[in-house]
Write a protein that binds this ligand. Structure first.
Ligand SMILES: Cc1cc2nc3c(=O)[nH]c(=O)nc-3n(C[C@H](O)[C@H](O)[C@H](O)COP(=O)(O)OP(=O)(O)OC[C@H]3O[C@@H](n4cnc5c(N)ncnc54)[C@H](O)[C@@H]3O)c2cc1C
Ligand SMILES: NC(=O)c1ccc[n+]([C@@H]2O[C@H](COP(=O)([O-])OP(=O)(O)OC[C@H]3O[C@@H](n4cnc5c(N)ncnc54)[C@H](O)[C@@H]3O)[C@@H](O)[C@H]2O)c1
Length: 477
């Protein structure tokens, strides 16, 4: 059969969830995948990177407790870390996820998908054969993103690492240079430093420039203390690999950094360059703009060709994190079912069919040491959005639960309160293990809880969550 209710291009976490949702809603779905079912997240991003980071984080946690530290007599075993990473990448085999698709009642079509016409997707298999799938109701683009390499002379000929090579490496380079001070660069600096690499971290625009400055500063201080050379403002101008295999990175200030491998982590580009976008008058290689129910729109903001084409996940650029892409997948799957069955479409803000949180409350944990957990606005983004906010900060180390959690616990947390509504619009924390604090903030922001009601949400004693009480007291409750 080559006709389905819904055809999804891309079987990453987002595409899988779109297909699952429409099948649960009583429709049929085929998902087209050109590489591995599970996408970037499963094999070269979320899970394997966190596996690379986890052992060192656990070791650091133990070393913050003197009696437990006394029981640790050895050092981290890099080979064992890489072996555990292999397990979390499923050995780069997708059998498990293919079985999941089968039991979920989703048809998998292997090959490269392209829009071929109205509700038509042409799939070219590895052997060159082509099959055309027709969708009765909708086509969903969930093709994700790829590393964006900057146009630095020599870079593309120097066999540099992207996230794929870094995440799947079978060895730990003695000297690793990292270009790009974003989330990938900072997490990988943390991971490979702990695995034993000598790291030079070239952060042209600063380290984690979009988080609260105090959180970024804490991570930079910890990286430097761990021996990472952090070069803020360093701008690569040329890259060459010499005959001995060493890579030379020339910087704008005249210095040259030499390393065994170079990880380029300078952001992402959408996987839309070979997708048939021109068939619909859209620009190949561009992020796909969408409306409130994630239908792809034209330059005038109208759904293209009557509204059968949707885009979810990284490719629409709303929020490049897996959990938010899967949230979009649930909204898209449900709205396609609603439109197909004539049910009401709930597309008002916070309605079932529109991913409102994408613009109000995207949670993110950066798994560095210390961790950074954030959701909603920062001071800078609130100002840019024209919001009148007051920032309330508190020393996390002064919270009883944090002092118990680790000797010498240092950290900080802040909340942003909208002056007009007296509700939370942002939260950031930096410190060991703060990631688990985050969901409380996400709930407070999405539920739009006024501070005078939040006061009645009493954190248990003695937990790190008592930061909430301290922040509210500092805010004047
Ligand atoms: C190093 C790194 C670490 C990360 N860590 C985290 C983390 O800890 N937490 C988090 O939430 N997010 C993390 N992210 C972000 C996360 O990986 C992405 O947001 C997520 O993978 C997006 O999911 P997706 O389904 O949209 O795209 P992808 O995961 O990229 O999947 C897209 C799929 O579509 C397929 N495809 C593309 N084009 C076609 C085509 N034409 N035909 C058929 N198939 C096609 C691809 O092969 C791929 O399988 C990380 C990213 C990186 C780079
Ligand atoms: N824990 C997580 O949730 C997690 C982990 C990793 C990645 N991700 C997601 O993956 C996406 C990609 O991460 P990323 O770190 O590649 O991108 P990013 O956009 O977070 O950071 C890229 C950095 O590269 C710098 N840069 C850009 N061009 C440059 C150039 N020519 N020279 C030097 N520096 C340059 C930018 O200043 C920026 O700080 C992010 O959106 C992130 O949300 C999430």
């Amino acid at each position: 059969m080559s006709e389905y209710d819904v055809v999804v291009i891309g079987a990453g976490p987002v595409g899988e969830n779109v297909a699952d949702r429409v099948v649960q809603g009583g429709l049929t779905a085929a998902v087209v995948e050109s590489e591995l079912v599970g996408g970037e997240c499963s094999y070269w991003a979320c899970m394997p990177t966190k596996a690379l980071l986890r052992d060192a984080a656990a070791l650091r946690a133990v070393r913050r407790l003197p009696a437990a530290a006394a029981a640790v007599t050895g050092e981290l075993d890099p080979a064992a870390v890489l072996a555990r990473r292999d397990r979390f990448a499923s050995g780069w085999q997708d059998d498990g996820q293919v079985s999941w698709l089968e039991q979920a009642g989703i048809t998998l079509v292997r090959g490269h998908g392209r829009i071929a016409g109205r509700r038509e997707v042409a799939v070219t298999a590895a052997d060159g054969s082509t099959v055309t799938l027709t969708a009765r109701h909708a086509v969903v683009v969930a093709t994700g993103s790829s590393p964006a390499l900057p146009p630095v002379p020599g870079l593309s000929d120097a066999a540099v690492w992207t996230n794929r090579e870094a995440v799947s490496t079978d060895h730990v380079p003695a000297r690793l240079a990292i270009i790009g001070g974003g989330v990938v660069g900072t997490e990988m600096a943390t991971a490979f430093n702990a695995l034993g690499s000598d790291i030079t971290f070239l952060a042209r625009d600063g380290v984690l420039p979009t988080v609260e400055p105090y959180a970024s500063a804490a991570v930079v201080a910890a990286l430097e203390e761990a021996g990472v050379r952090v070069m803020i403002g360093a701008t690569p101008t040329a890259v060459t690999r010499d005959r001995s295999g060493s890579v030379h990175i020339a910087l704008a200030d005249g210095e040259t950094v030499v390393a065994d491998e170079v990880l380029v982590a300078t952001g992402r580009r959408p996987n839309s360059d070979d997708l048939g976008m021109e068939v619909l008058g859209l620009t190949p290689g561009a992020w796909l703009p969408v409306d409130d129910t994630l239908r792809v729109v034209d330059a005038d903001g109208r759904p293209v060709d009557g509204g059968w084409l949707y885009a979810a996940g990284d490719v629409n650029r709303r929020a490049l994190v897996t959990h938010q892409g899967k949230y979009q997948a649930r909204a898209v799957g449900d709205v396609i079912v609603a439109r197909a069955t004539g049910a009401a479409v709930e597309d008002a803000p916070w309605g079932r069919h529109t991913p409102t949180a994408d613009s109000r409350a995207v949670p993110q944990v950066v798994f560095t040491d210390p961790e950074i957990a954030s959701v909603g606005h920062t001071v800078a983004s609130a100002a840019a959005a024209g919001l009148a906010v007051r920032a309330v900060e508190y020393d996390l180390g002064a919270v009883a639960g944090a002092a118990l959690h680790a000797d010498g616990y240092t950290g900080r947390a802040s909340m942003l309160v909208d002056e007009d509504t007296d509700r939370l619009v942002g939260f950031t924390a930096v410190g060991p293990d703060v990631g688990e604090l985050l969901h409380a903030a996400t709930i407070a922001i999405t539920a739009e809880v006024p501070l005078d009601r939040l006061w009645h949400a009493v954190p248990a004693y003695p937990t790190v969550s008592e930061i909430w009480l301290r922040l509210l007291e500092t805010a004047g409750r």
